[in-house]
Design a protein around this ligand. Structure first.
Ligand code: UDP
Length: 464
């Protein structure tokens, strides 16, 4: 597979490694690789508690990689008894749900104890398919990867998606799992063959908060530009029952206090207060929730706030919307607001921009990378409702400038953030990693930085 050549290992290879290079007779050479996403089920309904950017990332990357010639198996934990164990997305890409703990929803903070079982189940597939490369997503999957690495010669790549080192800075009481998470986040950065940071800001954060060691490459998240693109605003509004004269502000995302929806609602109230005739003001909040889960509680809290601030008549809770209809919501909006307290990347920003919608976002994390202030939207301090209100009003009140923002926004996404482009970069990284595994130090200039040996005793173990 590497450059189409049959390659032989020069290092003391294990049985699993040698099969990577075994000749394949009938089918064209497709290298099997594993993506691991412990809790972000790539086949799940997106937009609800625990189902957001990570699910989208793994699914889109997996499918795009399969189109580039890889055989992709995506592993996740089975969280519902009646979910099928295997979902085939195309002949070369599937989701495999492993039994690890009860087959029901388990909050992320309580999942780690089931990870040894996840490793055990994963080993069964590893024994059969001999994945030479594993790309893990989130710290618990990273722990799984580190465990697999103890017995198999695999190239290990990790994407964090969320960083405990950042999250716990703003939390007064750390959960019991915090120390374990921080230790694994450090171990994976130092011991993975490569960490994929989705923005330069995330890479800086990893260096300043986690470790100086380990190899990092920046490959952003992407969006499906054949689905997310600008259609005429009037058409989108017609389909959603919005008037051409409405001033439409949209939020898309999960209901989670860290998403900052409260800041947006308070900003909307300030805008209403500052406007002589606010009858056209529309706030559309898109995102799923379950009344029995934490996202249901957050939605209830936001609905109550909307009522208290006199915004009920201006606000629509659209519920979960699939990617088939989401472009309508983005296109219908004058502005998409992302008021997150922190965001390692923030897929919603590039989805909105791809649809030609200016973004007003918190000046944090990956949003600093995707949103170019004054060109594709505006960045303001997180949790500052006055700043959000002023930025939103600027865009609502200057149609000519807003038109320029819309054009630049969609151009920026097309040029930098398509899944196809992102998958091509990942594919290139995988090929380099696999080549490196047989050629030693020759491929990656930063090899020295990744050759830190793993001390298994330093790693947390749920059973200890
Ligand atoms: N999303 C969706 N439907 C909804 C709400 C959200 O499909 O009703 C998707 C959204 O389009 C995006 C993802 O969920 O692809 C959220 O990703 P993001 O990185 O913005 O946030 P995360 O959920 O990872 O915190």
């Amino acid at each position: 597979f590497v450059n189409g050549k049959s390659l032989t290992s020069t290092s003391g290879s294990t049985a699993s490694q040698s099969t990577f290079f075994a000749p394949r007779s009938k089918t064209p050479n497709r290298q099997a690789i594993a993506l691991i996403s412990d809790h972000g089920d790539p086949a799940a309904e997106i937009g609800k508690e625990e189902a957001g950017g990570q699910n989208v990332y793994v699914r889109q990357v997996g499918e795009a990689l399969s189109k580039l010639g890889w055989q992709v198996d995506m592993f996740t934990r089975k969280a519902k008894a009646d979910d099928p164990t295997i979902v085939q997305h195309n002949p070369h890409c599937r989701t495999i749900r492993l039994s690890a703990g009860p087959e029901e929803f388990v909050p992320r903070d309580r999942l780690f104890e089931y990870m040894p079982q996840f490793v055990e189940e994963f080993h069964k597939y590893q024994a059969k398919h001999h994945y030479p490369l594993i790309h893990t997503n989130y710290w618990m999957s990273a722990w799984v990867g580190l465990e697999v690495q103890k017995t198999h010669n695999v190239q290990l790549i990790n994407t964090y998606h969320s960083l405990g080192a950042v999250k716990y800075q703003a939390v007064p009481h750390r959960p019991a799992i915090a120390e374990t998470r921080l230790a694994v986040e450090k171990a994976i950065l130092e011991n993975a063959h490569c960490t994929v940071a989705t923005s330069p800001q995330e890479a800086d954060m990893l260096r300043s908060l986690v470790s100086d060691l380990g190899h990092i490459e920046v490959i952003p998240c992407g969006t499906d530009i054949s689905r997310f693109y600008a259609i005429p605003k009037v058409d989108a509004r017609l389909q959603l029952g919005l008037k051409p004269t409405d001033e439409v502000i949209v939020y898309v995302g999960r209901f989670d206090p860290r998403k900052g929806i409260e800041t947006l609602v308070r900003a909307a109230q300030l805008i209403k207060r500052n406007t002589v005739d606010a009858s056209n003001l529309r706030l559309v909040i898109v995102g799923g929730s379950d009344p029995t889960k934490p996202d249901g509680q957050e939605r209830q809290r936001i609905e109550q706030l909307v009522g208290e601030l006199g915004l009920a008549e201006h606000t629509t809770f659209a519920g979960r919307v699939g990617h088939d209809r989401l472009p309508l919501y983005y296109t219908a909006a004058d502005v998409c607001v992302i008021p997150s307290h922190y965001e390692p990347f923030g897929l919603v920003a590039i989805e909105a921009m791809a649809c030609g919608t200016p973004v007003v976002a918190s000046d944090v994390g990956g949003l600093k990378f995707s949103v170019v202030p004054e060109e594709t939207g505006l960045l303001v301090p997180p949790q500052d409702e006055t700043a959000f209100a002023a930025a939103i009003e600027r865009i609502l009140s200057d149609e000519l400038w807003a038109r320029k923002l819309r054009k630049r926004a969609s151009e920026r996404v097309q040029q930098n953030f398509s899944w196809t482009g992102v998958a091509a970069q990942l594919s290139d990284l995988y090929r380099r990693m696999l080549a490196q595994s047989i050629m030693g130090d020759m491929i990656l200039p930063s090899q020295s930085a990744i050759s830190v040996s793993l001390n298994p005793d330093a790693l947390p173990n749920p059973s200890r």
